[in-house]
Ligand binder design. Structure first.
Ligand code: PMP
Length: 404
């Protein structure tokens, strides 16, 4: 009989080879926090530049107090799904707050951002429908498509002309058509050209879902995301977001103005058949969203920090994943060995970034991905630039032919 684990052997061997070389990039442990942007890793003070804590809210006093109060008032967990015993006053308050923040009529809160995508897509589309996905979509979007049972059509990343071709081929289909985009893509930090896709929407009449996981609270004058930043906020039918990044908590949401939006609560298995988010995470999120609404200057500061890091990396001549500044800045490495070596060198020098390797990366690139926080000081940003310069320099020096 075949062992079900056999198929994982190549992946395990690849990881074991990294561990043998003294690197374990996928199981890194943060031992303590000194500040939201400074942690202790392997016993050393380390600047955290790979946490998605864009708005720096993880240690905000009012969020922590609200979480503690929710533990006291509501207990540790809900022990059930939203449709059974798992709807508390706090869930309703959070839905009302997000609807207000996003300026949409309806909001449903889910247990994670992953679940929010799967639940929204499975609630909207079914086996007779077609879902069009950008090829660089996050795993939760692909999984949402699989759970929905809809036909999957992929189009080239950020390429509205390629989507148009596929819509044209399918224009006589009798089922519904859903296009899913991410506002800002998580690996390279590039934005979707949303206005181009809206033009197609006018012509073909599909419904549009935007995953603003990395841009909710982060981009746009009111923090509503990349569509708001691009000036076409009202054209998206549905927006999904997560609380695990800008809100420093866990959970996700879907919003929209469709008069039948609430049907998702009944039609979507990932909403019906999982426990609702715990009182403490709902309460901390509620405070975080209020804070993001109250303090737009956090978004200004994040932009300044992102520009500073982007320009610093450009100054070093590094090859970046995206040619405009963004809170996600990915640096391309020539190959896996270089990426792993540089990642390790950076960590040992005191900066933690994410490493992303094929097959899970756009264009199968080997990437060192930084996420910028509004809580980073300019000194921290400058230190990150300096360390990238040093470690890339050492690596390039070591790989020059003829050098020892
Ligand atoms: N969508 C995108 C684009 C993401 O990057 C992520 C998480 N990295 C998610 C959805 C899922 O969010 P969560 O981790 O909060 O479940």
């Amino acid at each position: 009989m075949i062992d079900l684990f056999d198929k994982h052997k190549p992946m395990v061997e690849r990881r074991d080879a990294m561990i043998a070389a003294g690197v374990e990039p996928f199981g890194l442990t943060i031992e303590e926090f000194v500040t939201p942007t400074l942690g202790i890793i392997q016993g050393r003070q380390t600047i955290l530049a790979g946490t998605n804590n864009y708005m720096g809210v993880t240690f905000e006093k009012q969020c922590i107090e609200a979480g503690k109060k929710a533990l006291d008032d509501y207990g540790t967990g809900t022990t059930g799904s939203r449709v059974a015993n798992g709807t508390y006053k706090l869930h309703k308050q959070l839905e009302a707050e997000i609807a207000r923040f996003m300026d949409k009529k309806h909001c449903i809160v889910f247990s994670t951002g992953y679940t929010a995508n799967v639940a929204m897509m499975a609630g909207l589309a079914g086996p007779r429908d077609t879902i069009y996905l950008d090829s660089d979509s996050h795993a939760s979007i692909y999984d949402g498509c699989a759970v929905s049972g809809a036909r999957l059509v992929r189009f080239r990343h950020n390429n509205a002309a390629d989507l148009a071709k596929r819509l044209e081929r399918n224009k006589d289909s009798s089922g519904g058509q859903l296009v899913v985009l991410e506002g800002m893509y998580s690996m390279l930090g590039d934005r979707a050209p949303i206005a181009d896709f809206i033009e197609l929407k006018k012509k073909y009449g599909f419904q549009l879902l935007l995953d603003e996981a990395h841009s909710f609270g982060v981009l746009g004058p009111n923090g509503r995301g990349a569509a708001e930043e691009a000036g076409c906020y009202d054209e998206a039918d549905f927006i999904v977001g997560t609380f695990s990044k800008s809100c420093g908590a866990i959970g996700g949401f879907g919003v929209g103005n469709h008069p039948m939006f609430e049907a998702i609560r009944l039609a979507s298995r990932p909403y019906v058949f999982t426990a609702s988010p715990s009182p403490a995470s709902v309460a901390t999120t509620l405070e975080a969203v209020r804070l993001l609404a109250r303090e737009p200057e956090r978004r200004d500061r994040l932009r300044e920090n992102a520009d500073r890091l982007f320009n610093g990396f450009k100054g070093l001549g590094l090859e970046l994943g995206c040619d405009v500044s963004s809170p996600v800045i990915a640096v391309k490495c020539p190959d896996e060995e270089a990426a792993v070596g540089i990642w390790k060198g950076l960590l040992e020098s005191g900066v933690y970034v994410n490493i992303a390797l094929p097959p899970g990366t756009p264009g199968n690139e080997c990437l060192l991905r930084c996420s910028v926080s509004c809580a980073h000081s300019f000194e921290e940003i400058d230190k990150i630039i300096e360390l990238f310069g040093d470690v890339f320099g050492q690596f390039q020096g070591a790989s020059q032919p003829g050098r020892e």
